[in-house]
Design a protein around this ligand. Sequence first.
Ligand SMILES: NC(=O)c1ccc[n+]([C@@H]2O[C@H](COP(=O)([O-])OP(=O)(O)OC[C@H]3O[C@@H](n4cnc5c(N)ncnc54)[C@H](O)[C@@H]3O)[C@@H](O)[C@H]2O)c1
Length: 428
Amino acid sequence: MKEKIKIAIIGLGYVGLPLARLFATKYAVVGFDINTERVAELILGTDTTLEVSDAVLQEVLVQKPSDENGLFCSTSIDDIKNCNYYIVTVPTPVDKNNRPVLIPLVKASETVGAVLKKDDIVIYESTVYPGATEEECIPILEKVSGFVFNKDFYAGYSPERINPGDKEHTVEKILKVTSGSTPEVGEKVNDLYKSVITAGTHLAPTIKVAEASKVIENSQRDINIAFVNELAKIFNLMDINTHDVLEAAGTKWNFLPFKPGLVGGHCIGVDPYYLAQKAQEYGYNPEIILAGRRLNDSMGEYVASEVIKLMIAKDVRIKNAEVLVLGITFKENCPDVRNTKVVDVVAALKGYNTKVTVYDPWANEQEVLHEYGLLSKKEIPNSKFDVIILTVAHNEFKELDFNFLRKEKSIVYDVKNILNESIKDKTL
Ligand SMILES: NC(=O)c1ccc[n+]([C@@H]2O[C@H](COP(=O)([O-])OP(=O)(O)OC[C@H]3O[C@@H](n4cnc5c(N)ncnc54)[C@H](O)[C@@H]3O)[C@@H](O)[C@H]2O)c1
């Protein structure tokens, strides 16, 4: 008889929830998270990350564990005991020295190890360096369960490729890389994802290949953005508009369309460090990867210094200048403030003794205060500013009345190059 598939998703964040929701349309799914507030809001049918709309979430929610299709959310390990597929989607951040932090992965593996049964399959989705699944996670599963890997239980790795805030490229529409700890398990893992991912799947030959493929996707983006950020620094010195240059160069079929900007979030600005650390363990010092990181991490301070130069040129007094920063999230039209580099712009400007106000209609004010000690407003301030810096391309900012917001002698700096030429003094 064909086994009845029952899936546990461990970690219901930006990645785990959309995946759990999708699988729940075809399978019995238990979503497990240690964050009681998160689980409570999901049980009530609301996703504050805005990745899954309330209506779509509520369509699959069930209020008690069941063997029928649907999503049951829980903080209790008892509720995942009967599952046979465990999919781990917990965070993989770095510490203040940019070293990988595997604690959530270790804890999640302990949780799964405690409920593991014969023939279960554990699939990791969190972004890691090649080798992390087999070298760090599997030994924990073995130790806690007492089972033998690839005899009593199996593993897979299938990296997540979703793009927060992107309502077009949703999880089922993005081709998914899969892998398994044996060729047969690879096929099983691939079949599981293929049954819900309409864009299809790519079965990688090994778990390490699948892990490496994900971490280089984000590292490649990071390096490409670092290159155009470097171009912006060069062309600004030469008084050439970088965006005009990129537009002209972009007319060649193989010129890649990257834009300068702040590189935040917990993927592109973090994942290259995972690869770099592993490379260093093997005695190789990654030059390009770390140079890209350094360059991108310098952009917040650079934006602030460009603004200060403009203020001096226009005779706008710096001390106590009223500065309005438009946007604190790490990207447009999304409430995610993790690892946002706008805080570097704010810190540098405060260092020049200016008074900074942050307006972001998307960001959660409490979260910004908790994470960064910054006051962020959801309502546009009813006053005039010496400097306005657009740092995030939220749609709302395109409609703002800049004439109302700016003082007569003032600066508008557009990091994202979305404002009309007539409004802004300069772009990055
Ligand atoms: N957000 C993205 O765009 C994206 C895209 C691709 C890959 N990824 C990767 O996916 C992984 C998850 O990212 P995310 O954005 O969903 O993170 P997130 O912070 O939004 O969600 C993680 C969830 O896991 C929960 N959690 C933490 N430890 C746990 C544990 N021990 N047991 C159960 N739950 C636990 C947290 O409470 C949280 O709700 C990371 O490795 C990330 O790099 C993220």
